[in-house]
Design a protein around this ligand. Structure first.
Ligand code: PBG
Length: 307
């Protein structure tokens, strides 16, 4: 009765890695409990998760190197397996909520979220590419567009593009305060999407900055974001709290791959109790002010709660 914060599977968004092919379920070495799935196996997994009360899924594509180029053209190609998978998932589970990732890195031969020219990220040349990618995803049936690229001005252009094409009810969860973090390593292994040169510090935020997150949030809010995300979650609980106090739209947090990998490793060695640690972590992110949490713990947590 007196516990102030509640956490259940309805608050969670479960990230999946999708690979082209059939009958694939490859465990990710640096992110145990998580897999690269082919669509056939993923459909069965989604069914299981929905029976456990998880309704929202974020899907990331692992793209073959030979399909990558400088302009990420595969991201909106007709025969893109990721877009086809989204179509099939929405056809089979119309009541599921499907979130996408918008950024160039899984499709880019440079491994950067933006367009690279002479070793530099060109913010404004990136925007139309992100808009095309978003439109293709909306056409495939995505419910929530998730721009994770941190380019300036992309929320506005994506909103305008969606609206002009009749997708007024597709929402945008903006990666608003995404920090240049050490905790994305396992994710980049999963997708083989690490930058080929340089780092992401010219577009992702400096971990020492908090007030800057207010500016990023104001821009995304003004440009039409429906939800604001903070990422990673655990080193940035203060930022989650600050956005929650200052913006009247849902706030979400991404409990990223490296954060979950630390817990898997410690639990495997018997240093912490897995279930208790997961519960406390997710509860703390909610207490800081997150409405929704993206987390690789989603299924394990839902199973634990059921027990
Ligand atoms: C890339 C993207 C990243 C994550 C989500 N989208 C990695 C990055 O920015 O390099 C990280 C998620 C995680 O670590 O779990 N646009």
């Amino acid at each position: 009765m007196v516990e102030e914060t509640a956490i259940g599977p309805q608050h969670l968004i479960y990230p999946f890695f999708l690979k082209d092919g059939k009958n694939i379920k490859e465990e990710i070495t640096s992110l145990p409990h998580n897999f690269r799935w082919s669509l056939d196996r993923l459909l069965a997994e989604i069914d299981e998760c929905m029976n456990l009360g998880i309704q929202t899924f974020d899907i990331f594509p692992a793209v073959n190197e030979n399909l990558k180029d400088k302009i990420a053209s595969y991201s909106y190609a007709e025969d893109n397996f990721y877009l086809e998978a989204i179509r099939q998932i929405k056809a089979r589970f119309p009541e599921s909520v499907i979130m996408s990732d918008v950024a160039m890195d899984p499709y880019s031969s440079d491994g950067h979220d933006g367009y690279v020219e002479n070793g530099k990220i060109d913010n404004d040349k990136t925007l139309p590419i992100l808009a095309k990618m978003s439109l293709a995803q909306a056409q495939a049936g995505v419910d929530i567009i998730g721009p994770s690229d941190m380019m300036d001005g992309r929320v506005g252009l994506i909103r305008e593009t969606l609206d002009n094409n009749g997708f007024t009810d597709v929402s945008i969860m903006s990666y608003t305060a995404k920090y240049a973090s050490a905790f994305y390593g396992p994710f980049r292994d999963a997708l083989n999407s690490a930058p080929k040169s340089g780092d992401k510090k010219t577009y992702q935020m400096n971990p020492g900055n908090k007030r800057e997150a207010l500016l990023e949030a104001q821009l995304d809010f003004d440009e039409g974001a429906d939800m604001l995300m903070v990422k990673p979650a655990l080193c940035y609980l203060d930022v989650i709290h600050m956005l929650r106090e200052n913006f009247p739209i849902p706030i979400t947090a991404y409990n990223v791959s490296g954060e979950c990998a630390m817990v898997y490793a410690a639990a495997k060695n018997g240093y912490v109790d897995y279930n208790l640690a997961v519960y406390e972590i997710l509860l703390s992110i909610r207490r800081a002010g997150a409405d929704g949490i993206l987390t690789y713990f989603a299924k394990d947590f839902a199973k634990m709660i059921r027990k």
